[in-house]
Design a protein around this ligand. Sequence first.
Ligand code: ADP
Ligand code: ADP
Length: 228
Amino acid sequence: MIEFKKVNKTYSDGTEAVKDFSLHIEEGEIVTLIGPSGCGKTTTMKMVNRLIEPTLGEIYINNKNIKKYNIHELRWNIGYVLQQIALFPHMTIGENISVVPEMKKWKRKDVDKRAEELLQMVGLDPSTFKKRMPQELSGGQQQRIGVIRALAADPDIILMDEPFSALDPISREQLQDDIRKLQKEIKKTILFVTHDIDEAMALGDKVCLMKGGEIVQIDTPQNLILHP
Ligand code: ADP
Ligand code: ADP
């Protein structure tokens, strides 16, 4: 689980990016964070893995204050998927997926097995794709690798910052399906940032609407009241 308790972030130039932000994301739940550009979504997300420190307030992961974790331990337990996925260009797809499990000193055969399982889960045949280089994949396929790479070492928490926004609508829908499928099988706690309301509604167990650094509404997609 992730819990934000009255979190504020004011940047050194005085910009109040996040104000009095409280949010509880249960284990296995997907919360989508939506709002206009500049409303504080990325700042909120980056505070979870301590790329940004809150000015005020506390954040808990699995009931433990994130400041109490060793930073590596914290980040290893968080998969992070960005819009600009950066696969390592000189490594095969199999090697790309295996980076974090290897850092965690998983056994070779467990690393290989995991890479194959994940490729299969997103519909990419391991015998074809493990050996390929990133540039031999389409944008959508690369993005899928970015997603499963974040899952490879079995983190409890996944942060996704507009992971599909650079993709065409079809790849995008495919990836949304992948996320739903993955979520059914492996039940991760996911914070998903998007500025696409359809995506937010399609993926979120709860949708959190932000404006000017504050939560203006949080509810299930069915109950959310939209003011166009
Ligand atoms: P109610 O609890 O009467 O159904 P609320 O507006 O309090 O209505 O909450 C609607 C849903 O959103 C509930 O599932 C609640 O747990 C959740 N919720 C409300 N506020 C927050 C928040 N700040 N962080 C996380 N979840 C919230
Ligand atoms: P979003 O992800 O919703 O687009 P951000 O979290 O990136 O929003 O930004 C929230 C606000 O904080 C914006 O006004 C942005 O200009 C500002 N901001 C972001 N990063 C910095 C920074 N390093 N220094 C000062 N202001 C920043």
